[in-house]
Design a protein around this ligand. Structure first.
Ligand SMILES: O=C(O)CCC(=O)C(=O)O
Ligand SMILES: [Fe+2]
Length: 309
């Protein structure tokens, strides 16, 4: 059975990395992206304590009373920051609504500049050290790692990193805190997250260690490959934007979640969408839609929203 590859990023990230070491990482990432659209990374520079704290923050948030969480709903927020109830998102229209609850947050943007995917966060009423501080710290690491990863991808495609100038100018990078309750449904159409591809450029996913459940579709073997939830490994996957921009050279691959653990499962995907006004950095002037147009269409469909609601 094929396996999603694991790549040690430290030989690219560390300051004393040699050009040969960096080239090796670029090549390994390129192969994983074209073969699977998915990889796991170690040596990514995100401290283990920061990973544990953000997962604890998930638990604290989702343990709040339902009415408190509902008062933070993303549906009332034009920036689409905030809370999604269990069953509110339908990632696979052929399956039942997702058995997960979620919470979006991103860069703090002043209210007067609020627009789709940009604006102030909706912070729950929890002490800073229990939520705001650890989540913000994790977010800063995601920004840094995301910026490195998009460079690695561009280099692997044979481009100079300067092609990313507009795309990385003011990138929309959003975290989603997720909670999957214990899977009890006997209905085979019920998933934690229905089969989908991610909308944006790349996703960096933290899974709660030992809480397996993520499965990736592998076309050549017509099989769903499990991506084990290994401590200190982050899952990276290609989203639809990069798939489209590279004509499928880097694949956005179908994946889904069934909480395989005996209890709650928490995870934290980070969606690196890029600058909302950017178009294809690898083929400038190809007439492709902007990042904003692309994401808005996919996002709104999955929540049954129209752009105005
Ligand atoms: O929770 C996971 O492991 C994956 C979540 C996911 O695929 C998503 O939110 O797009
Ligand atoms: Fe996903």
């Amino acid at each position: 059975m094929p396996e999603i590859p694991t790549i040690d990023l430290s030989s690219y990230i560390r300051p004393e990395a040699t050009p040969e070491e960096m080239a090796r990482v670029i090549e390994d990432v390129r192969n994983a992206c074209s073969r699977y659209g998915f990889l796991q990374v170690t040596g990514h520079g995100v401290p283990l304590a920061t990973q544990r704290e953000v997962l604890e923050s998930c638990r604290r948030l989702f343990d709040l009373p339902q009415d408190v969480k509902d008062s933070l709903s993303l549906k009332n927020n034009p920036a689409r920051r905030g809370y999604e109830r269990i069953g509110e998102q339908v990632l696979d229209a052929k399956a039942l609504p997702d058995c997960k609850e979620g919470y979006y947050l991103g860069r703090e943007v002043p209210l007067k500049q609020m627009g789709f995917l940009r604006g102030p966060n909706q912070w729950p009423d929890l002490p800073s050290e229990a939520f705001h501080a650890p989540v913000t710290e994790y977010y800063e690491h995601m920004l840094r790692l995301g910026n490195s990863l998009v460079k690695i991808l561009a280099l692997g495609l044979g481009h100079d990193v300067s092609v990313l100038e507009h795309f990385t100018k003011e990138p929309v990078v959003n975290l989603k805190l997720l909670h999957y309750p214990k899977h009890i449904s006997k209905d085979e159409r019920q998933y934690g997250a229905g089969a989908h591809t991610d909308f944006g450029a790349i996703t960096i996913l933290l899974q709660q260690p030992g809480k397996h459940g993520l499965q990736v579709y592998h076309t050549p073997s017509n099989a769903w490959l499990p991506v084990p939830a290994v401590e200190d490994s982050l899952v990276i996957n290609i989203g639809d934007l990069v798939n489209k921009w590279t004509d499928g050279k880097y694949n956005s691959t179908l994946h889904r979640v069934v909480n395989a653990s005996d209890g709650d499962r928490y995870s934290v995907p980070c969606f690196y969408h890029g600058d909302l006004g950017a178009t294809n950095p690898f083929k400038p002037g190809d007439g492709s839609e902007t990042v904003e147009e692309h994401i808005r269409r996919k996002f709104d469909i999955s929540y049954g929203l129209t752009s105005k609601s």
